[in-house]
Design a protein around this ligand. Structure first.
Ligand SMILES: [Zn+2]
Length: 70
């Protein structure tokens, strides 16, 4: 299986590594002040440093809260 997301679009290197934004760089859901937020996983080209992909580790935390509270 050939995964196009595993190739750097800048230098065509397939030597990609993964890093995690953590600590103060956690991505917080907008408007959810008391939630914990999610770490952000970055896929980085180890040759040229280009960040190929950014994704939240816990995407479910960004589901908008329903506003019909009783
Ligand atoms: Zn690259």
């Amino acid at each position: 299986m050939f995964d196009h997301s595993r190739i750097c679009p800048k230098c065509n290197s397939t030597e990609l590594g993964e890093g995690v934004f953590s600590g103060h760089a956690t991505l917080m859901p907008k408007g959810k002040i008391f939630s914990m937020g999610s770490s952000v996983i970055a896929t980085v080209c180890t040759r040229c440093g280009y960040i190929v992909e950014l994704k939240a580790k816990d995407p479910a935390k960004f589901i908008p809260q329903k506003k019909n509270r009783l």
